[in-house]
Design a protein around this ligand. Sequence first.
Ligand SMILES: Cc1cc2nc3c(=O)[nH]c(=O)nc-3n(C[C@H](O)[C@H](O)[C@@H](O)COP(=O)(O)OP(=O)(O)OC[C@H]3O[C@@H](n4cnc5c(N)ncnc54)[C@H](O)[C@@H]3O)c2cc1C
Length: 258
Amino acid sequence: MDIVVLVKQVPDSGLERNLNADKRVDRDGSNNVMGELDEYAVEAALQLKEKHDGSVTVLTIGPDQATETIRKVLAMGVDKAVHVSDEAIAGSDALGTSSILAAALKRQDWDLVIAGAESTDSGMGVMPHMLSAHTGAAALTGARSLEVDGQTVTVEHQRANGYSKLEAQLPAIVSVWDTINTPRYPSLKGIMAAKRKPIESLSLEDLGVEAGTVGEAGATNEVLSVEARPERSAGTIVTDEGEGGRALAEFLVNEKFI
Ligand SMILES: Cc1cc2nc3c(=O)[nH]c(=O)nc-3n(C[C@H](O)[C@H](O)[C@@H](O)COP(=O)(O)OP(=O)(O)OC[C@H]3O[C@@H](n4cnc5c(N)ncnc54)[C@H](O)[C@@H]3O)c2cc1C
């Protein structure tokens, strides 16, 4: 089974993150890491390969620095990488991003695409659906479990109050939540092996994608304004003068926690 895993390099969500003057994520001034949910997608792909054989390819779109993320994924055990990088991609909206990813997917054989349920920078969660529209493959999203039996892929789609069981025929596109597995750490042997694994670098021209249809030039929507998140307030302090339990319960009821 040939699997492509989508990975995006994003600013570390554990640290201060900012937008630049163009209202885009400031990647130069940030500590950039692999999208946190993408690690679970990589792990899911590796586990399927261990069970069913085949290959795992990581596909990313991003500037040169995204190579650091690619190396980490290769060190985890992924076989090879495709890195799409082109100055004309800067400012792409989700539609542009999906058409570039779809063009890259068209160049290779795959049975399954696995992605994180959403990226941890813009968190739109739309890429699997858009790729489904481009490729005709079913999108089974928000998985907390994933199994492949012959040509059938089955996932448990996580919901707020339970899960739904979804099934489709391969080829398919699956996105996963962090409930699906525990990602492995790259081993020293994996880190050494990663240095010899192939990374294919592609431009828009290589993919046959017109520069004017993606990037800022081709974007169909624009961020008009951004505002800093308001400072956190001090919160509600419940002083216990014999009625603390009741006050606490009332607070939780008002906030709809209970
Ligand atoms: C502040 C801000 C506002 C934005 N507003 C809009 C907007 O209103 N409309 C709009 O269309 N676009 C907008 N964008 C651009 C949009 O975020 C990106 O073009 C595109 O990557 C959207 O997908 P996502 O990152 O939200 O991915 P999601 O759909 O959340 O991610 C799902 C999966 O797709 C993978 N994936 C996403 N991008 C890539 C990639 N480049 N390479 C490989 N895998 C990838 C993720 O890693 C993840 O596994 C905005 C960006 C920013 C920073």
